[in-house]
Design a protein around this ligand. Structure first.
Ligand code: NAD
Length: 476
């Protein structure tokens, strides 16, 4: 059994000073597959000190030098893509092909960022003033478990591209994956102290990042609740915040849509990563006049979506990541039943045919109302709430009646009509007649309580720079 007992600080793997250990559990077998020794305040403070010391020299590197580093980081991750995928499968249990896709995508973040950096305006002119977009200093990155590599690489890439140094606290339940990824990053020969990675809990290591005066910006991806805690904890030192938080995204199917396409797509949008996706479209808005037709197609689409073990090539869904997540999903399914929504497929308990593992039953409720718990709160599992509407205006109003604003989806036979509806939805991203987030340079992030700031391309780079105005630099 693997024991992860080191952190990566100042260019070296060093033993953890924190001594508390935590079991890493397979979501497929429920057996202990590893242990992680959790860092404490001393470990993260050492990492922040190293990042602070590395900043002056690193912030003066050229775009070309940083481009070479991003290329090396990409190559180093790709060199071990199979091992990384295997670790992700072990720790998360998600289907192999999907896990591999996410790993490759994580490596690609370095190349996409390299390309975006090459055309980023680090120097701008306004009137007679030159504006230089300067790095902020030490970035404190805190990441969730649901796509560990994507989030770690997705934060390191723009932080480095803009000349910042970084400390990362990944999700503590992803330590096996983080260890291999860190070995890859270490092999890329980035100057010591520029990248530091410390395992630990949110309440100890994360909280220190939030309050430490030497952290200039926090780049956080995770739940809205923890995002608010970080915002509170970081207020005393007035850090910049980039927060990518939760969602309860609406998917509006208009009455002129091709239901044979739109309904299977709705299931894929809701249940991607077994429903453990921040942009999952978990509120499905269906015209009341076509509800019966939708019901039949929904049942068919769910039964065609295979749930299975990671090595099953036909499996689209796997187990939930942990006992905690499984219990949360059970809690919400019970809440849907108690509130009177109609269960048309799925329900409580483990998926039929699985004796162990956190395999929840993909579940669809129809007749849900937008004020029900299952329609208001993020569940983070394969549970879809179908809400009927009478008019287009009502559909838009229901879609926007949420504290969240991360993503939204619209399907219609008339592209102009779909675009008109899309323009009225308050969300960081609206996908029209499609379900895949496939434009890597499109900004990603939330309105309202889904967050502050944007990831991807130039929008992502903007989060990590501060404009410095040099007045009188040019003559009018
Ligand atoms: P989480 O908020 O529980 O944890 C995220 C990270 O925050 C972990 O590393 C955790 O250790 C840390 N943390 C916990 N308490 C902390 C504290 N007090 N101070 C500092 N750090 C703390 O989220 P999770 O369960 O790991 O991930 C699922 C959530 O992430 C969902 O809400 C999902 O919507 C969200 N998410 C959002 C996006 C996005 O881009 N908007 C992407 C993926 C996941």
């Amino acid at each position: 059994m693997k024991v992860i007992d080191q952190h990566y600080i100042n260019g070296r793997f060093v033993p953890s000073q924190g001594r508390e250990t935590m079991d890493l559990i397979s979501p497929v077998t429920e057996e202990v597959i590893g242990k992680v020794v959790l860092g404490d305040e001393r470990d993260i403070r050492d990492a922040i000190t190293a990042a602070k010391a590395a900043f002056p020299a690193f912030s003066r590197t050229s775009i070309a030098e940083r481009g070479e580093m991003l290329q090396r980081l990409h190559d180093a991750v790709m060199a071990r893509v199979d091992e990384l995928t295997e670790a992700a499968v072990q720790e998360y249990g998600s289907p192999l092909a999907a896990s591999r896709g996410r790993t490759v995508f994580a490596a690609k973040a370095f190349l996409l960022t390299k390309e975006a950096m090459a055309s980023f305006d680090f120097e701008r002119v306004t009137g007679t003033t030159k504006v230089v977009m300067e790095p902020l200093g030490v970035v404190g990155a805190i990441t969730p478990w649901n796509a560990n590599y994507t989030h770690i690489c997705g934060k390191i890439a723009p932080a480095l591209a803009t000349g910042n140094t970084i400390v990362v606290k990944p999700s503590e339940i992803s330590a096996l994956q983080t260890q291999i990824l860190t070995e890859c990053l270490a092999a890329a020969e980035i100057p010591a102290g520029v990248i530091n990675i410390v395992n630990g809990t949110g309440t100890i290591v994360g909280a220190e990042i939030s309050s430490n005066p030497d952290i200039s910006i926090i780049s956080f991806t995770g739940s809205t609740g923890v995002g608010k805690t970080i915002a509170r904890d970081s207020a005393a030192t007035l850090k910049r915040l980039a927060l990518e938080l939760g969602g309860k995204s609406p998917n509006i199917i208009l009455d002129d849509a091709n239901f044979k396409e739109a309904i299977p797509r709705a299931i894929q949008i809701a249940f991607s990563n077994t429903g453990q996706a921040c942009h999952a479209g978990t509120r499905l808005l269906i015209p009341a006049s076509r509800l019966e037709e939708a019901k039949k197609l929904l049942i068919e689409a769910v039964s065609a979506t295979k749930l299975g073990y990671p090595d099953d090539p036909n499996a689209a869904l796997g187990p939930l990541v942990s006992r905690k997540q499984f219990d949360t999903v059970q809690h919400y399914i019970q809440a849907g039943i108690d509130e009177g929504a109609e269960l048309i497929t799925g329900g409580l308990g483990r998926f039929e045919g699985f004796e162990h593992g956190y395999f929840a039953r993909p579940t669809v409720f129809i007749g849900a109302k937008n004020d029900m718990k299952i329609a208001r709160e993020e569940i983070f599992g394969p549970v879809l709430s179908v809400i009927a509407y009478e008019t287009e205006e009502e559909a838009v109003s229901i879609a926007n009646d949420t504290i969240y604003g991360l993503a939204a989806y619209v399907s219609s036979g008339d592209h102009e009509r779909a675009s008109r509806v899309a323009s009225q939805i308050v969300a960081g991203r609206v996908l029209v007649n499609k379900g895949v987030h496939d434009d890597p340079y499109a900004p990603f992030g939330g309105f309202k309580q889904s967050g502050i700031g944007r990831d991807s391309g130039h929008y992502g780079l903007e989060e990590f720079v501060e404009p410095k105005a040099l007045l009188g630099f040019t003559q009018a």
